[in-house]
Design a protein around this ligand. Structure first.
Ligand code: DX5
Ligand code: ZN
Length: 232
């Protein structure tokens, strides 16, 4: 399954004064996905980036832009992100009045859709909307900030999510990605993969390496994450 793993650096930890360069460098170093964290100082206690920035970075790469919406209400911003070039849009069920309707809205706007589960949010919220889901994102920290510690309970939850997804895929043939977000590092990524994740958000692990002056810093860290995944 090694080649099926995808690494998604979260630009939340990038240097925003040179964001374009950061994205180009990280993709050149072998990252698969740009993870784009949108926070509204309402659903989560932080304020980050919106559709304007998504539109600005879109021409820099063909890589998937994975927009993680931590905003409430969520529906009205979805068309703007679709127009700005998002490929995948995920949202937290707590931020939507009607989960099925929000998923449908994302798909009507031409994007792949996903649900995000906070550490304490039960997974059964996905059960009746699997037909509209392309990705499940499990939070292994409480959303709002980069650089937090991985919550170990997320491993058991990943195993359960993997069972649900595999059962659905066996029945329908439909592929659903399983992404993990928060505290992913070289020393835990293999264990996280064994628990069932196939897509790995890494913010501080990847962009934290930028404090070094080495021009190949992103090759080094992404190579190290891939080397760990190769052991799985
Ligand atoms: C947290 C964000 C994450 C975060 C990950 O709310 O959704 O994507 O940036 O950062 P690290 O990898 O540093 O935990
Ligand atoms: Zn995120």
């Amino acid at each position: 399954m090694g080649s099926n793993y995808r690494i998604a650096p979260s630009i939340l930890s990038a240097n925003f004064a040179k964001l374009g360069e950061e994205i180009t460098n990280v993709i050149a170093a072998g990252a698969d996905i740009v993870h784009f964290d949108v926070m509204d100082n309402h659903y989560v206690p932080n304020l980050t980036i919106g559709p304007l920035i998504c539109e600005a970075i879109r021409p820099l790469t063909d890589a998937i832009i994975d927009v993680h919406l931590m905003v409430k209400p969520v529906d009205r911003i979805i068309p703007d992100f679709a127009k700005a070039g998002a490929n995948i849009i995920t949202f937290h069920p707590e931020a939507s009045e009607h989960i099925d309707r929000t998923l449908a809205l994302i798909k009507e706007n031409g994007c792949q859709a996903g649900l995000v589960f906070n550490p304490a949010t039960p997974l059964d919220l996905m059960d009746h909307v699997m037909d509209k889901i392309d990705m499940i994102l499990l939070m292994s920290v409480n959303p709002g900030f980069g650089g937090q510690k991985f919550i170990p309970e997320a491993l058991a939850k990943l195993k359960l999510a993997r069972q649900k997804i595999d059962a659905y895929t066996a029945k329908t043939g439909k592929k659903i990605w399983l992404e993990i977000d928060g505290g992913v590092k070289t020393d835990n990524i293999a264990e996280i993969a064994r628990a069932g994740a196939d897509t790995f958000v890494a913010g501080s692990a990847v962009f934290g390496a930028a404090k070094e002056s080495d021009a190949h810093r992103y090759d080094t860290i992404i190579g190290a994450l891939r080397a760990e995944l190769a052991k799985v």
